[in-house]
Design a binder for this molecule. Structure first.
Ligand code: ADP
Length: 686
C-alpha cells in the first residue's frame, strides 16, 4: 500500500500525508493494520522496534484531531515521551508534552490537540479529574509490553474505555490473549524493515543460525568482536550487565579504535567538552566519559546525568563514535539503531535475561535506510546455550502484576478519587475486567485482596461511608490528596503516625523509608561510618527504629545514607565531594534529589491535611531542588541563577529583598550579561 492510498480511504488525511517526509510505500505491517481498521477502532499492534508502529499511531491521531477530539499518547519513559513529542510536532496540530510535576491537573492542556505523557503522569492527571478528559478520542499505549513492570498500563486500558485505544507493543508471547481480553482486533507481525542476522561467538568463529564465518581479528572475546566491527566499518552497540562493565568495555574499545580509525573531529570535541561541562564542576565520571568520547567511544548508563546521556546518544546517532557500550537502559530507550549489536553475557544476578529483553536488544540492530542487514551477536561462556535459549527461544507471555496489595492500595484509592468507583461493588466489577481476572478465569483472588484494601482504606480514614448501609464510599480529603499525589496509602499512614518536628535529616530519612524512594546501595566498608552517624544523630530520626536483627534495619541504614547525601547537598557541598564520599554517580545524585524534592513536598501535603502544613517542609523541598542553605532559597529560585550563582551573589551582599536595587554592573560581574538581562525582565514582571 502506498502512503497516498491512505488518502483514498480517509480523504480527510490527504492534507497531512505530505508531512511524512520520505515515506512513500507503507511497510506491510502498516498497510495490514490500516486495512484491519487500526485508524478507526481499538486495536493491538504487536511488532518489533522500528517496524513503523508510530506512523500508524500518528495517522490515527490525525483522524482523531480532525474530528475535533483530543489524543493522549502514553509512553513508559520520559525520554521516549520526548522522542514521540518531537515526531508529533511535524503534524500541524497543537501538541503538548506533560511529564512534569505529578500533583497538577495541568489545565493549560485544554488548549492542545495531542498530549504526550508518561503513564504515571497520565494516571495522576486523571486523578485530578481535568475538564478535558472526556474530550479524549484516542489513547495510544506505547511500549505496552511494559505492563508487567507498570501495572497502571493494565488499569488505564480499562479506565479510558470511552476512547479509541491503540495498543502498541513489542512482540510478546500471548498477543492474542491480550487482544481477546480487551476484545480488540490485533495484528502480530515479525516484519523488520532491515533483516536481522543473529549469532553467537565461539572462539574465533561467528556462528550464525544459517552459516559460520570467521572473525576478522586475532583477539579474543569482546575485543575480537569490536576489532572485527571496526575492520568492517560496522557501528557497534554493546549491551553490558553493569555500569562498571559498560565503562570498562568503552575504555577497551578506545584502545582498539586508536589503532585503526581516525575519529577525531571538531564536532566530537564539542560534544566531549559539553559532556565534561554538564555539571557545575566536572566530576571524575564526567572527565572519564569525556576522555573516552574524545577517543571515539562512550558508555551510557543511569549514572550519567540526562544532558550527558543525550549528548552520547547524539554522538552515536550521528556516527561520530563507532562503538557505544551501554547497560540495558538503552534497550527500552529511544530509537537508536546500530549496524551491529553485541549482547555481552546476558544475565542478572546469575539468572538469564528474559528472552524478550534479548530480542528487544537485538532489535536495535540494522539502521533503516543505511544497512542491508543488522547483526546481533551474543557473547556467552556457553554459546550453545545462548543460541538455543535466546536466539531460538520463545518470547515470554505477559502476566498481570496487579494482584499485589501495595499495587492495589495505590490503584483502588485512585479509582475512588477519579470517580471510577463509588462502592465496593464498583471495585469488584472493575477487578472483574482486569487481565488478571481474564487470565485466571475468575477474579476471586484479586477481589479478595481488593476488599481487604478497601477495608484498610476505610480504617485509615481515606474512604468514608456515604450512607447508613455503608455501601456507598467516597474518598475523604486525606484519601483524595493521597490519590492525587500518587503515593502508596500505606506510606501516608506511616508518615502521619511517625511525624514529629525534626531536622532535614529526620524528614528525609522518613521519606526514604517509603517504597516510593529508590535508595542507595550499602557497601560493607560504609557500614561502620553509618553506625557512627547513627549513634550520634539517631535522635533526629523520627521513623520507628527497627531492631538491628530486623530485616528492615538494612533499609533503615540505607535511608540514613540517603539523608546524609541530601544533607550534604543542601549544605552546599560540591557534587564531586558528595559523589566521592558516598561512592555514587552524578545521575544517581540527580535521581535522589528529584525524588526527595518531590516526596518532601508530598509529605508536607499529607501532613497538611491531618496536622497543618509546615514551613520547614516546604523550605526543605525547595532547598533540595536547588541544593542550597535556607538563606539562598529565594535567590536560587530566580531564573538562570541556581546553586552556585546564588551563593556568589549572596557573598556580594545581594539578597532577595535588595536585588532590585543592585546595579547591573554588580549583577553582570557575578552572573554574566545575558543572565542579568533575563533576571531583570523576570523581576519586572513579578
Ligand atoms: P516503531 O514505532 O515500530 O518502533 P517507528 O515508527 O519509530 O517504529 O519507525 C522507525 C523508523 O522507520 C522511523 O525513522 C520512521 O520514520 C521509519 N519509517 C516508518 N515507516 C516507514 C515506511 N513506510 N517507509 C520508510 N520508513 C519508514
Amino acid at each position: 500500500m502506498k502512503l497516498s492510498d491512505v488518502g483514498l480511504k480517509y480523504p480527510e488525511l490527504k492534507p497531512i500525508l505530505s508531512k511524512f517526509d520520505g515515506i512513500k510505500n507503507l511497510y506491510p505491517t502498516q498497510s495490514d493494520a490500516i486495512r484491519m481498521g487500526a485508524l478507526e477502532t481499538s486495536f493491538l499492534l504487536a511488532s518489533g522496534t522500528a517496524s513503523g508502529k508510530t506512523l500508524v499511531a500518528n495517522l490515527a491521531a490525525a483522524r482523531t484531531v480532525l474530528s475535533g477530539k483530543k489524543v493522549l499518547y502514553l509512553a513508559p519513559l520520559r525520554s521516549l515521551a520526548f522522542e514521540k513529542f518531537s515526531e508529533f510536532k511535524k503534524l500541524p496540530f497543537r501538541t503538548a508534552i506533560s511529564i512534569g510535576e505529578m500533583d497538577s491537573s495541568d489545565p493549560w492542556l485544554q488548549k492542545f490537540d495531542i498530549i504526550v505523557a508518561t503513564y504515571e503522569k497520565a494516571e495522576s492527571l486523571i486523578r485530578h479529574r481535568p475538564d478535558w478528559l472526556k474530550q479524549i478520542g484516542l489513547v495510544v499505549f506505547d511500549e505496552a509490553h511494559e505492563m508487567m513492570r507498570k501495572p497502571l498500563i493494565e488499569t488505564l486500558t480499562i479506565k479510558l474505555k470511552w476512547a479509541q485505544r491503540l495498543i502498541l507493543s513489542a512482540t510478546i508471547g500471548n498477543v492474542s490473549e491480550i487482544a481477546d481480553w480487551l476484545g480488540f482486533k490485533y495484528l502480530e507481525s515479525d516484519f523488520r524493515p532491515v533483516p536481522l542476522k543473529e549469532g553467537v561467538i565461539k572462539g574465533s568463529e561467528l556462528v550464525w543460525t544459517d552459516e559460520v564465518t570467521k572473525l576478522q581479528s586475532n583477539l579474543q572475546g569482546i575485543e575480537g568482536l569490536i576489532e572485527d566491527g571496526l575492520k568492517k566499518q560496522h557501528q557497534t552497540l554493546i549491551f553490558a550487565n553493569t555500569r562498571r562493565e559498560a565503562e570498562a568495555t568503552a575504555e577497551k574499545a578506545t584502545r582498539l579504535i586508536e589503532g585503526s580509525v581516525d575519529v577525531r573531529s571538531e564536532k566530537l570535541e564539542i560534544i566531549a567538552n559539553e559532556i565534561e561541562g554538564a555539571l557545575d564542576y566536572p566530576t571524575r565520571q564526567c572527565k572519564k566519559l569525556a576522555a573516552i568520547v574524545r577517543r571515539g567511544s562512550a558508555f551510557h548508563h543511569a549514572g550519567l546525568v540526562n544532558e550527558q546521556r543525550i549528548l552520547v546518544e547524539k554522538a552515536f546517532k550521528t556516527g561520530l563514535i563507532p562503538v557505544l557500550a551501554s547497560t540495558v537502559t538503552l534497550v527500552a530507550g529511544i530509537n537508536m539503531p546500530s549496524r551491529r549489536v553485541i549482547v555481552k553475557s546476558p544475565h542478572f544476578r546469575g539468572e538469564p535475561w528474559p528472552v524478550s529483553l534479548y530480542k528487544q536488544a537485538a532489535g536495535r540492530s540494522g539502521r533503516p535506510g543505511y544497512d542491508k542487514e543488522g547483526e546481533s551477536i551474543i557473547l556467552h561462556k556457553r554459546p550453545d546455550f545462548a543460541l538455543e535459549y535466546y536466539i531460538n527461544g520463545q518470547v515470554e507471555n505477559i502476566t498481570s502484576p496487579l494482584a499485589y496489595e501495595p499495587t492495589l492500595r495505590r490503584e483502588i484509592i485512585g479509582l475512588f478519587a477519579s470517580g471510577f468507583a463509588m462502592s465496593k461493588k464498583d471495585v469488584k466489577d472493575f477487578m472483574g475486567k482486569t487481565f488478571y481476572a481474564y487470565h485466571h478465569g475468575n477474579p476471586d483472588r484479586i477481589i479478595e485482596i481488593s476488599m481487604r484494601v478497601v477495608d484498610k482504606l476505610i480504617s485509615w480514614d481515606m474512604l468514608s461511608s456515604q450512607n447508613s448501609k455503608g455501601d456507598f464510599l467516597a474518598p475523604t480529603k486525606l484519601g483524595k490528596r493521597v490519590a492525587e499525589l500518587y503515593i502508596d496509602p500505606q506510606t501516608a499512614v506511616t508518615w502521619i503516625n511517625a511525624f514529629e518536628a525534626s531536622s532535614p535529616l529526620g524528614y528525609i530519612h522518613l521519606i526514604g523509608m517509603g517504597d516510593e524512594m529508590y535508595l542507595p546501595g550499602l557497601k560493607n566498608s560504609e557500614k561502620e561510618e553509618l553506625m557512627y552517624s547513627y549513634a550520634s544523630r539517631g535522635e533526629e530520626l523520627i521513623y520507628p527504629k527497627p531492631a538491628p536483627w530486623d530485616l528492615e534495619f538494612e533499609k533503615y541504614m540505607k535511608a540514613l545514607k540517603l539523608s546524609m547525601i541530601i544533607e550534604e547537598w543542601i549544605e552546599e557541598k560540591t557534587e564531586d565531594s558528595i559523589l566521592n564520599r558516598f561512592g555514587i554517580a552524578p545521575g544517581d545524585l540527580r535521581n535522589y534529589i528529584r525524588n526527595t524534592e518531590w516526596l518532601a513536598y508530598a509529605l508536607n501535603e499529607v501532613i497538611g491535611v491531618t496536622k497543618g502544613k509546615r514551613n520547614d517542609l516546604l523550605k526543605l523541598s525547595k532547598r533540595v531542588r536547588h541544593g542550597v542553605r535556607s538563606e539562598l532559597v529565594e535567590l536560587a529560585d530566580l531564573p538562570g541563577i541556581g546553586r552556585v550563582k546564588s551563593r556568589r551573589l549572596y557573598k556580594k551582599g545581594v539578597t532577595i529583598s535588595n536585588i532590585r536595587k543592585k546595579s547591573d554592573a554588580l549583577l553582570t560581574e557575578v552572573i554574566g550579561k545575558s543572565a542579568t538581562r533575563r533576571l531583570r525582565e523576570k523581576l519586572k514582571k513579578s
